[in-house]
Design a protein around this ligand. Structure first.
Ligand code: MRU
Length: 353
């Protein structure tokens, strides 16, 4: 891979513009946290772990651009920036946990000068980003026993390096299996309306040399019935304490059809995406996005004028359709309520149960 979706270069946050891929590989430089919040909302950068890391660097930019000589005033400026960044997208919990992590570091009373505070905020942002990459690699290894050889795998949305910081979560599972010599082939859900599968996942798999076919979202049941599919892997934006999982719209449909066909359905994500403060999927706020994402493709209107549109960006898959949740700390099986609680309190590296 010759790119990284999120880079920090000497006071500048550089993002690959995911709206333009795969036609154009364009990088945008950010020095203003407000522009970073817009970039998250408009999906220059997307994917739960990636927006968490981006927001963390947004705080580093806010700390840099505040010229106050007073450490308390700098903390107030950071609070304002944190509020703006928190308002960019509501569903992925990583956005909030990453901001909270950096803000907790910033609250350290041992940081008595603005420069020390700025430095600490940037170091914490790097820590958020680096932890995601490490978690992804471990997730890939943990998942190896679940992937047969050969394997046909359905994947929804984009969960690769673009959506994380590097390597990928659900795509990381596929990648790790491929790197370990397993013959995997992927059926890539195109993922309407923003086509993260057709545009981004296919782009990443092509670079990795992993055989794949892009399929219409509605075709997954057909392939399960006619060709045989070994497993489905999807990412997650927020896993509630009972295992209900919010992920890209269409995930629920895929889970139900997988259940109907006896195909294992795995949710894949770092523990930073598990939200023990959200009891069930009903408590997760689902982002509603602009109607144009449905009515238009590449600026061209495909619907009649003046029609009503429903465009939830995510749906909730009830825990009963999920075979297991694959994390960097291990594979969590039902009963999720109990086993998620255990893994979230376990030391890194320990398996639950
Ligand atoms: O709207 P998006 O593209 O940000 O949605 C992304 C997803 O739903 C991903 O599956 C999820 O964030 C996990 S990414 C590792």
């Amino acid at each position: 891979m010759t790119y990284r979706a999120i880079e920090w270069d000497n006071g500048v946050l550089r993002l690959i513009d995911q709206r333009k891929l795969p036609a154009e590989t364009l990088y945008i430089d950010y020095t203003d946290y407000r522009a970073v919040a817009v970039a998250i909302r408009e999906m220059v950068v997307r994917g739960a772990p990636a927006i968490g890391a981006t927001a963390a660097y947004g705080l580093a930019l806010a700390a840099r651009s505040s010229t106050t000589p007073d450490v308390a005033a700098l903390r107030r400026d950071l609070e304002i920036a944190a509020g703006v960044l928190r308002g960019s997208r509501p569903t992925a919990v990583n956005l909030f946990t990453a901001i909270n992590q950096v803000m907790a570091r910033a609250a350290d009373t041992g940081l008595t000068t603005p420069d020390a505070l700025r430095e600490a905020v940037l170091t914490e942002a790097h820590a958020v980003a680096d932890a995601e990459v490490q978690a992804n690699r471990q997730i890939g290894l943990n998942a190896l026993p679940l992937v047969p050889d050969p394997a046909t795998i359905i994947h929804h949305c984009n969960t690769g390096a673009l959506a994380t910081v590097d390597y990928g979560t659900a795509l990381g599972v596929i990648r790790a299996a491929h790197e370990h010599g397993k013959r995997v082939q992927v059926l890539v859900d195109e993922t309407r309306p923003r086509l993260q599968g057709a545009r981004l996942t296919s782009w990443e798999l092509k670079q990795l040399g992993i055989p794949h076919r892009v399929i219409a979202d509605g075709a997954s049941g057909h392939f399960m019935r006619t060709e045989g599919v070994d497993l489905c892997v999807v990412g997650c934006d927020r896993v509630a304490a009972n295992g209900d999982t919010a992920n890209k719209i269409g995930t629920y449909n895929l889970a139900v059809v997988a259940h109907e066909n006896g195909v294992p359905f795995y949710v894949v994500g770092p523990t930073t995406t598990i939200d023990m403060n959200t009891p069930t999927g009903d408590d997760i706020e689902i982002e509603e996005r602009p109607a144009e994402e449905v009515t238009h493709i590449r600026g061209q209107q495909i619907t009649p004028d003046g029609i009503d549109v429903g465009n939830p960006a995510f749906d909730v898959t009830p825990a009963r359709y999920i075979t297991a949740i694959i994390t960097e700390r291990g594979i969590v099986y039902p009963p999720f309520e109990e086993n998620l609680r255990e893994i979230m309190h376990a030391d890194q590296g320990r398996q639950p149960g």
